[in-house]
Design a protein around this ligand. Structure first.
Ligand code: PMP
Length: 368
């Protein structure tokens, strides 16, 4: 099997699975319990928080809180809707992009329906995207929400520069970063940062929201008051243990990804009718390209016959055209034949070669 859909979800690593089983077997207490079993579970949660703060800062721990959530969908919803509730007085404008994941985009749509004015910028329109986002910020901008790395093309934003420019434009504006595809791959900066376990070889069902010191966010879930009242519900200690183990064990290497991407692009360049939709601004582990004359689903299922797993555009859009590629300047026709290949540390040169060989054969078989 050649699994090249790591941006959709990545195989849980052995370290994660071991940590989950160990926590379930030995540390199954409720972190809210006052006895030793509860305390032992609580230690898993606090250790994982420290590990995530350090990983977010790329070595130097960020200052602030980490809330464990059910995944980045919840993190994004909490960040966006929770900020709007706390910072209503800071203004009625939200600046975002036309390439956000639906878990952020639809939360922002809700704010728009509640009366916020929303600016959605597309990368295709700007040479300097960070600068353009900051230029859109005015005195009444309550929130900027921008992803660190786009899940369909790998397009990357310099979040440290973005943060600096936005705070210069308006120090009151809250900056939310959906860093699901950027976590562990780049340094990150933001007032609120969303991450997800299953994209970094932990289990599905656990994510986190970083909340910078001094930033307030209203909870999405109320109840038992866990996690300082910011996210009620018993902490999923086992999943959190696995999340921490996966962060510690992460082996993705940007240079290696870049070599594999170059190998893939060299191969694709020898085929006719290929349009590469991931340029040099993109992280090398996500490569999106269109194969003219072969629809995405046809290619996807033909590759599947060889046990090669890729995605059409984005796994989250379930075969429907998402509109995100259009914001990168890709035509509808090219979007309909887009394939996304996403790598992980286990991807080999042989995997890439086998993929290219199979694409070539499928072009001959299906192109009209
Ligand atoms: N944001 C981005 C950029 C994503 O790629 C995804 C997952 N496809 C999400 C948010 C949602 O994450 P989760 O599956 O953890 O809810």
């Amino acid at each position: 099997m050649v699994y090249l859909d790591n941006a959709a979800t990545a195989k849980p690593c052995a370290e994660c699975v071991e940590a989950v089983v160990k926590a379930a077997g030995e540390r199954f207490g409720n972190p809210g319990s006052l006895h030793g079993m509860g305390i032992a579970s609580g230690q898993i949660v606090s250790s994982a928080k420290k590990t995530i703060l350090a990983a977010l800062g790329g070595g130097t721990a960020l200052e602030g809180e980490v809330l464990f959530t059910s995944g980045a969908t919840e993190s994004n919803n909490t960040a966006i809707l929770g900020t709007a509730e706390k910072y209503r007085r800071n203004g009625k404008k939200v600046v975002t992009t036309a390439i956000e994941h639906p878990s952020a985009a639809k939360a922002i749509d809700l704010l728009e329906a509640r009366g916020y004015e929303v600016a959605r910028l597309a990368p295709k329109d700007y040479e300097d995207f960070e600068g353009a986002l900051a230029d859109a910020v005015g005195g009444d901008t309550m929130l900027v929400s921008c992803m660190a790395v786009n899940n369909e093309t790998g397009y990357a934003v310099d979040t440290a520069r973005l943060y600096k420019l936005i705070k210069r434009a308006n120090p009151q504006t809250i900056v939310h970063i959906d860093a699901v595809q950027g976590f562990l791959k780049m340094p990150l900066e933001g007032d609120l940062i969303s991450v997800s376990g299953h994209k970094i070889h932990a289990l599905k069902g656990v994510g986190a929201l970083y909340v910078k010191k001094g930033i307030r966010v209203a909870p999405l879930l109320v109840g038992g008051g866990q996690q300082k009242d910011l996210r009620s519900g018993t902490e999923t200690v086992e999943l959190i243990a696995g999340f921490e183990a996966a962060v510690k064990a992460y082996r993705g290497d940007k240079e290696r990804f870049a070599r594999l991407k170059a190998r893939l692009l060299d191969n694709l360049a020898q085929m006719s009718g290929i349009r590469v939709n991931s340029d040099e601004k993109c992280m090398p582990n996500i490569i999106n390209f269109s194969v003219s004359g072969v629809r995405s689903e046809i290619m996807l299922h033909a590759l599947e016959e060889k046990e090669i797993y890729v995605s059409s555009g984005s796994a989250c859009s379930r075969g429907k055209r998402s509109g995100v590629l259009a914001a990168f300047g890709v035509s509808d026709k090219d979007a309909d034949s887009a394939v996304r290949v996403s790598l992980c540390a286990d991807t080999s040169e042989d995997d890439i070669d086998f993929l290219c060989e199979s694409i070539k054969a499928n072009i001959e078989r299906f192109r009209r």
